[in-house]
Ligand binder design. Structure first.
Ligand code: S3P
Length: 436
């Protein structure tokens, strides 16, 4: 699918933030594990959460959707072996978290995914799961993943070599599913939705900050005290609108119901440091997560230096942050972001490819990129390949706000994995995007 975004100098209006992808996936996995009747509102009906939902039903969960509510029904039976391979589509979170759940429940299953997911590293999850007593195999560290019943041991402790919320969550879920104590150390702070949700549902989770990271421990013994769950909006999706509002001229937009968990919202501080006019109002707590409304006005941005622990916090926002950097005055340098190379695409290459087409001066490094602000005037439509990566596609569509003849982005179908209403929302705000 090829999308064309026209140039429009200004955008205005109000948008509702779509449900959080990470939280939607965790809500159905943890809800199914709790094995109680539970209804979930605000669930993201994107392809990633939906493939995780089918995966759970394949192992015996009873999850259905009426209108916009997801209903999880209490089962009579424990989870069972799926009769076919489980296809997680484009979802790294779906695959890695399901590995933990399936290994912890000692099932036999084969996990596959789309072309992009089949190239993503899985040893980061299978190594600790196997050390925990699971039986997970993956050839050369890549899917397909074959899981056979194992015996999960008690008191497993793991120091993660990389800061990954997916790895942390997978190990925690294996501990919860097998009812065994487990403790994980993360070298820098990653999103903590799994810990918040498990605690919210009554389980005993301890989170202790240490000098260079955080230790998270699950201690068995408590029963799930399940209640209905509300998924907050996805900060990573809101990021596209925030940056669109900042870089467009004479613009004023508001985004309602945005998840503001501090392990996710580091981009706000960075954008404010860049000179962004951003206000947060109506803060509230919904199902244990901080939420609020964001107000943005056009701003003159300037370049910044971004490195270290904050990278894990903004990892999914770096593609759109690169567009802010391209529109800013001066240089923005992003370092310590090697993880971008193993996302839905090699995002550093993909960002660099798009910036080259826009003729934005930049330098690519193994672990980051440095971008000299300024998109020169072009006399033709700029054609960009998203490499099938939803966040790259949305980022470069937004860049059309600064490209006279508009931007045409190929391979956009995966926008449906995380932000199914993106095109509609941008059109409502005044940036025309259509299929070509
Ligand atoms: C996610 C964690 C991050 C993020 C991904 C979603 C999650 O990945 O990039 O989009 O839901 O836990 P890593 O944990 O691999 O850094």
């Amino acid at each position: 699918m090829r999308l064309f975004a026209k140039n429009k100098s200004s955008i205005n209006g109000q948008a509702i933030c779509p449900g959080d992808k990470s939280i939607s996936q965790r809500a159905i996995i943890i809800g199914a594990l709790a094995n109680q009747d539970i209804s979930i509102s605000g669930f993201l009906k994107g392809e990633d959460p939906l493939s995780t939902l089918s995966a759970l039903n394949q192992i015996g969960a009873d999850i259905s959707m009426t209108n916009n509510i997801v209903n999880i029904s209490k089962r009579e039976m424990p989870f069972y072996n799926p009769s076919n391979s489980i296809d997680l589509g484009n979802s790294g979170t779906g695959m890695r978290l399901m590995m933990g759940l399936i290994a912890g429940t000692s099932l036999k299953a084969k996990l596959i995914g789309d072309e992009s997911l089949m190239k993503r590293p899985m040893s980061r999850v299978s190594i600790p799961l196997n050390a925990m007593g699971a039986n997970v195999s993956n050839l050369k560290g890549l899917p397909p993943i074959e899981i056979k019943p194992g015996v999960i041991r008690d008191n497993f402790a793991y120091d993660m070599p990389i800061a990954s919320a997916q790895v942390k969550s997978s190990i925690l879920l294996a501990g919860v599913a097998s009812n065994k104590k487990v403790s994980i150390f993360e070298p820098s702070i990653t999103r903590d939705h799994t810990e918040i949700m498990l605690k919210h549902f009554g389980l005993n989770i301890k989170s202790e900050k240490e000098t260079d990271g955080k230790r998270i421990t699950f201690i068995p013994g408590n029963k799930f005290l399940v209640e209905d769950y509300d998924v907050v909006g996805d900060f990573s999706s809101a990021a596209f609108l925030i940056i669109a509002g900042l870089v467009a001229s004479d613009s004023k937009i508001s985004i309602k119901n945005v998840g503001l968990n501090p392990t996710r919202s580091g981009l706000i501080d960075i954008l404010i440091k860049m000179g962004g006019n951003i206000k947060i109002k109506n803060k509230n707590i919904l199902s244990g997560e901080l939420v609020g409304d964001i107000f943005v006005e056009s701003s003159e941005l300037k370049g910044v230096d971004i490195r270290g622990g904050v990278i894990a916090n903004i990892i999914d926002e770096i593609p759109i942050l690169s567009i802010a950097a391209a529109c800013a005055e001066g240089t923005t340098r992003i370092s310590d972001a090697h993880e971008l190379r193993v996302k839905e695409s090699d995002r550093l290459e993909a960002i660099s490819g798009g910036l080259t087409k826009l003729k934005v001066k930049h330098e690519l490094f193994e672990d980051g990129i440095s971008i000299d602000g300024g998109i020169p005037e072009n006399n033709k439509v700029i054609e960009i390949d998203s490499y099938g990566d939803h966040r790259i596609a949305m980022s470069f569509l937004i860049s059309s706000l600064k490209v006279k003849n508009g931007v045409s982005v190929d391979n956009c179908k995966n926008i449906y994995t995380s932000y199914p209403n993106f095109v509609e929302t941008m059109n409502d705000l005044g940036l025309p995007i259509n299929e070509q």
